[in-house]
Write a protein that binds this ligand. Structure first.
Ligand code: FES
Length: 146
């Protein structure tokens, strides 16, 4: 979800009458972080204009507090082995459905051999390895990671 458009609604939530809620910058930033997972440069610009602050003032607050991220967190990743032994054991048939299920929520990364060749298709999530993947098992891993 993009932040643009939703920011004005959050600012209005913290408005004091018709006055822009300058003193509400921190609660506004917390709401934006909670809703969108990060505070983009465009949002900093929009907030500065809405609250009659400089971009430097808003950026200073965003960069000072560790609770705020200026970029979205990376997607969780599943490393899917697509080397020869896993190909022979059917990994390529799993890929289209996995990519569809993961779309925008989990990154499916290709790796070449996880050392589980005889029990492939194999994947790694964090430090956990998973073997003998079926469409159902891989889908469960995607749902768990998302
Ligand atoms: S080829 Fe896939 S684990 Fe080795």
């Amino acid at each position: 979800m993009t932040q643009e458009g939703g920011i004005a609604e959050i600012v209005v939530r913290h408005q004091d009458g018709k006055t822009p809620a300058r003193g509400a910058l921190l609660p506004i930033l917390h709401d934006i972080q909670a809703e969108y997972g990060h505070i983009s440069e465009e949002t900093v610009r929009e907030l500065a204009a809405a609250l009659n602050l400089t971009r430097a003032e808003v950026h200073g607050v965003v960069s000072f507090y560790h609770d705020f991220n200026s970029k979205p967190a990376p997607l969780p990743a599943i490393k899917l082995c697509r080397a020869e032994a896993c190909k022979a054991r059917g990994v390529e048939a799993l890929v289209p459905d996995a990519e569809r299920a993961a779309a925008g929520r989990v990154k499916i990364e290709t790796v070449y051999c996880l050392g589980l060749c005889s029990v492939g298709p194999s994947a790694m999530v964090g430090s956990d390895v998973h073997a003998a993947l079926t469409p159902e098992k891989l889908n469960a891993l995607i749902e768990e990671a998302a």
